[in-house]
Design a protein around this ligand. Structure first.
Ligand code: NI
Ligand code: MN
Length: 233
């Protein structure tokens, strides 16, 4: 399993020969100015919720890659109205196989309006399981006791969690989440992009270390091997 970070909450996981792109928000992100979205390849695009900082580049990337977009029912309907056809609707609690990968939708405590004010349904997190391992992406969420259910379903190899505070969990709540989901390898997202969510990187890493966990704050555009968390490029 490899993960490439594209800034904010956008990342690509390559596992079992498939490329899964999460929450594409690249071209409006000044911190991701070096990323050329025309070079991104994906088989699936997964949307945690409808806010523009998670779907801004979804339509052009769905068109350029031919990827199937997986999202809530309401976002599925909205994307259909925008002209996309390769779509799959899900909702909280459901799971489904896509090729050799299982996607399970789990609760997130957040909101999910679409950019034009349309209702976006419930925000969601995803548990993805492949023959190379399992991971959890919480989406935008506060800390919620629902996270305690996750180890009953899956032994996680890593998790991708927001840590920027203000709109989502802060570092301390993300540490609590990591305890609940029984996962010590955390990739931090949803920080630094806007003034509201700027964080102290050293302090965040130190707090995770003190809790016996590793927080990975990846350089935008870098790729890590998630088996051993080695930087590939
Ligand atoms: Ni949001
Ligand atoms: Mn967000």
């Amino acid at each position: 399993m490899k993960l490439t970070y594209f800034g904010h909450s956008c990342f690509l996981v390559e596992t079992s020969g498939l490329r899964l792109l999460f929450d594409p928000f690249i071209t409006p992100n000044p911190l991701a100015g070096d990323i050329d979205i025309s070079k991104i390849k994906a088989d699936y695009i997964l949307l945690s919720h409808g806010h523009s900082d998670h779907i801004a580049d979804c339509i052009p990337l769905a068109q350029s890659t031919g990827a199937m977009v997986i999202s809530s029912w309401e976002i599925y309907e909205w994307l259909g109205k925008q002209g996309l056809t390769n779509l799959h609707p899900m909702n909280t609690g459901g799971k489904r196989m896509f090729d050799s990968i299982q996607v399970k939708c789990v609760a997130a405590q957040h909101s999910s309006g679409l950019p034009d004010g349309s209702y976006g349904g419930n925000p969601m997190g995803f548990i993805v399981t492949s023959d190379e391992g399992s991971f959890y992406y919480s989406g935008d969420t506060g800390l919620t006791l629902d996270m305690q259910l996750i180890p009953r379903w899956t032994k996680l190899d890593f998790a991708v969690l927001p840590i920027g505070d203000n709109f989502t969990m802060d570092v301390d709540d993300a540490i609590e989440c990591a305890r609940m989901i029984q996962c010590n390898e955390i990739v931090g997202v949803h920080y630094d992009t806007f003034g509201y969510i700027k964080i102290d990187h050293e302090e965040a890493i130190r707090k995770f270390k003190a809790a016996g966990m590793n927080l990975h704050l990846l350089k935008i555009g870098s790729t890590v091997d998630l088996r051993n968390l080695v930087l590939i490029k």
